[in-house]
Design a protein around this ligand. Structure first.
Ligand code: FA5
Length: 345
């Protein structure tokens, strides 16, 4: 093998190209550069050997060494690109993922049936021009009872067993508690709102009753509102939610904050009125309580009852869920049992 002292350029060239061809990695390529092309490399040393030649040979030798340097430089660049490309390809291959492997499915959540029905109900009322009004869960006794025409010691307070936080504050027993807040917020404009949310009652937990449950309240106040408007809105609601031929019936009832008051039933959606376990063989399902807003309540909300009239209604969402999905016990809804929840994906 030739050494840098060897002035046989053909042998030097063969030697260099052989080394370059053998360089398989970026590191080996850099070693080649240092050995042959760097300022301290072999081609520089060859140029220094020029002094050992006869003067007549020197010019031609210098030219040939330069040509050798240029050739090696060119081949070095080509080889470096080639090795770099090969290394990149190898890395891509090593890091590649097998996209043909079967995917591991990720468990997905779903909406709770109460959320689904709640959204549907609100959607129907929003289509009829009602907007959503939020009111607090921790409420003053005054808003939950007093201003709704149920002063202290009023017997109607016993209709709803109450969780009191102290003498003035309680967990709202119904969304009607937001009626006064909504009226005071809207006055002196007409009111057309729905008030959705959780309510709390200190009751025995049974198949149909929980200590917390959702209601949706509706409240409409205007200058020429009549009972027939209430009936029309509720009929439209029942038809949008349960189908265009859904039948509705109003029964006289009593609430201190409405006069007259009604309870509204729909023809049983499961048996079509023939009688079944869900409708307790009556053919009808109770949907909600409603009525014309009591003049005292209108006045408490800031509306002069000689000029303004209104209607209100309040419905329980969980019972609608039970009817809709034929679930026989309200306790299933809050049991967090995946066997039930997974059915609503
Ligand atoms: C009321 O709460 C009145 N505020 C409704 C109202 C509003 C009447 C506006 C007139 C005008 P009631 O106590 O009946 O009424 O409750 C209404 C609905 O809430 C019931 O029909 C039922 O669906 C639901 N509900 C009541 N208590 C429970 C409970 N413990 N568990 C589950 N749902 C309940």
């Amino acid at each position: 093998m030739s050494t840098p002292d060897d002035l046989d350029l053909a042998a030097q060239q063969a030697n260099a190209l052989q080394q370059l061809d053998a360089a398989e990695t970026s590191d080996a390529i850099e070693d080649f550069y240092r050995a042959w092309l760097a300022p301290s490399g072999a081609t520089t040393k060859l140029k220094r050997g020029i002094g050992r030649l006869a003067p007549a040979d020197r010019a031609a030798f210098g030219k040939n060494v330069n040509a050798l340097h240029t050739l090696l430089e060119e081949r070095f660049q080509q080889r470096r690109e080639h090795v770099k490309t090969r290394e990149l390809a190898a890395r891509i291959l090593a890091e590649a993922r097998d996209v043909t492997l079967p995917a591991r499915p990720r468990p997905t959540g779903g909406y709770h049936p109460v959320t689904l029905v709640m959204r549907e109900v609100l959607d129907v009322f929003q289509k009829m021009g009602f907007s959503v009004f939020e009111s607090p869960h921790v409420e003053l006794d005054e808003f939950n009872f007093g201003l709704l025409n149920m002063p202290e010691n009023h017997p109607a307070r016993d209709m709803q067993d109450t969780f009191y936080l102290d003498t003035e504050r309680l967990l709202r027993t119904h969304t009607s508690a937001g009626q006064i807040r909504a009226m005071r917020a809207m006055h002196p404009n007409p009111v057309r709102v729905v008030l959705p949310g959780l309510c709390y009652r200190n009751e025995n937990i049974t198949t149909r009753s929980e200590i917390q449950f959702h209601q949706v309240e509706g409240l409409l106040v205007g200058r020429s509102v009549r009972m027939s408007d209430l009936k029309g809105v509720l009929l439209q609601y029942a038809r949008l939610l349960f189908g265009s031929d859904q039948r509705v019936r109003l029964r006289g009832s009593y609430f201190p904050f409405t006069e007259p008051s009604v309870e509204v039933d729909i023809l049983c959606t499961l048996c079509g009125g023939a009688g079944c376990r869900v409708c307790k063989h009556t053919g009808w399902l109770e949907l909600l309580g409603a009525g014309m807003v009591h003049p005292v309540v209108l006045a408490n909300g800031g509306y002069d009852p000689r000029e303004w009239r209104g209607f209100a209604f309040g419905m329980g969402i969980e019972r609608t869920v039970l009817q809709r999905y034929d679930i026989h016990d309200i306790r299933y809804l809050f049991g967090n049992d995946l066997r039930l929840l997974e059915q609503f994906r």
